[in-house]
Design a protein. Structure first.
Length: 175
C-alpha cells in the first residue's frame, strides 16, 4: 500500500504543530518587548567627577616645582576662602603619575586651568568629589623607573616601566 505524497503523515503534522507553537511564542515575546510603558523612577543623572582640562596648543610644559607651587597656592587660597581644612596631602605626590620618579614635566595649560578650577569650587567637598587632572609627560630615562618583571617569576617582578609615556596626573582631592 502506498501513501500519496500529498497526504501528511502524523510526523509531519507534529512538526507543523511544533513550528506553529514556536512562532506563536516568538511573536508573543516580540510583542511584549515593544511596549510604550514608561519607567516609574525619576531620572537622576550621575554627578560629574574629575575634570581634565585640554592641554595647551603650544605644547609648553613646566617643571614639577613650578606646577606644584601654582596648584598648592591656588588650592590653599580656595580652601581658605571657603573655610575648609588645609589639604592633607603633599605635592608632588598627588600630581605625579603612580610609580613615577621626579622626572615629569606638566602641561602649562592644564596646571593653569586646574588652578582656576579650584577658585570656582563652592564647597569643601568639591576638592574630593571633583579633582582636577593635570597632564604629565615623562622625561625619565629607562634607568629612572623600574622595569617590568619576567613572567612566571613572581619573586623577581619589578615596578612598571614608564618609558616616554604621557599621562594624566591628579591635582586636588584627598588620598
Amino acid at each position: 500500500m502506498m501513501v500519496p505524497l500529498s497526504a501528511p503523515t502524523s510526523k509531519n503534522r507534529s512538526l507543523r504543530a511544533a513550528r506553529a507553537v514556536c512562532l506563536a511564542l516568538v511573536a508573543l515575546v516580540a510583542a511584549a518587548s515593544c511596549t510604550s510603558a514608561k519607567d516609574t523612577e525619576d531620572y537622576v543623572p550621575s554627578q560629574p567627577g574629575a575634570v581634565q582640562p585640554e592641554p595647551t596648543k603650544n605644547g609648553k610644559f613646566e617643571d614639577e616645582a613650578t606646577a606644584c607651587s601654582a596648584l598648592t597656592k591656588a588650592e590653599s587660597s580656595a580652601r581658605s576662602m571657603l573655610g575648609c581644612d588645609a589639604a592633607k596631602r603633599t605635592c608632588p605626590d598627588y600630581i605625579r603619575p603612580a610609580g613615577g620618579a621626579d622626572c615629569f614635566v606638566y602641561d602649562e595649560g592644564t596646571v593653569t586651568e586646574c588652578a582656576k578650577e579650584f577658585g570656582m569650587f563652592t564647597s569643601c567637598d568639591d576638592f574630593d568629589v571633583h579633582p582636577c587632572l593635570v597632564i604629565a609627560k615623562s622625561q625619565c630615562s629607562t634607568g629612572d623607573v623600574g622595569e617590568g618583571g619576567m613572567g612566571g617569576a613572581p619573586a623577581e617582578g619589578g615596578g612598571s616601566g614608564m618609558g616616554d609615556l604621557s599621562t594624566a596626573a591628579g591635582a586636588g582631592g584627598s588620598p
